[in-house]
Write a protein that binds this ligand. Structure first.
Ligand code: FES
Length: 123
């Protein structure tokens, strides 16, 4: 099974091939926004695939259209709810997505901040 590493949280998880990055972040407990529920309509699941971009599914036109709404879009940008995993990848959840998660889940905000702080201290 492919391994997904979330660098800003220092979390790693194995998921079945074909899982989305958003599904992986949920399973790993990594704070990734998903305001529209994963239907390619909000851009709050914006991530950077730092390693293994070619081990994700191709970007469809619909994803490009929604990525246009995200901040600081880069060559490595993907929508976590659309990118399917085909091999080992390393992912950075954007600050935009992290903040969206904290807005969506205020009860988990402190834990999410602590997770990132611990990961940063460990590097
Ligand atoms: Fe809304 Fe991915 S969760 S576009």
């Amino acid at each position: 099974m492919p391994k997904v590493r979330f660098v800003k949280e220092n979390l790693e998880i194995e998921v079945p091939e074909g899982s989305t990055i958003l599904e992986a972040s949920r399973q790993a407990g990594a704070p990734e926004g998903d305001r529209c529920g994963g239907v390619c309509a909000c851009s709050t699941c914006h991530v950077y695939v730092l390693d293994g971009f070619d081990r994700t599914s191709e970007i469809e036109d619909e994803e490009f259209d929604i990525l246009d709404k995200a901040f600081d879009v880069r060559m490595t940008s993907r929508l976590g709810c659309q990118a399917k995993i085909t091999g080992d990848i390393t992912v950075e959840i954007t600050d935009e997505s992290f903040l969206a998660f904290c807005d969506e889940h205020p009860e988990q905000k402190e834990a999410a901040l602590a997770l990132r702080a611990r990961a940063k201290a460990a590097t």
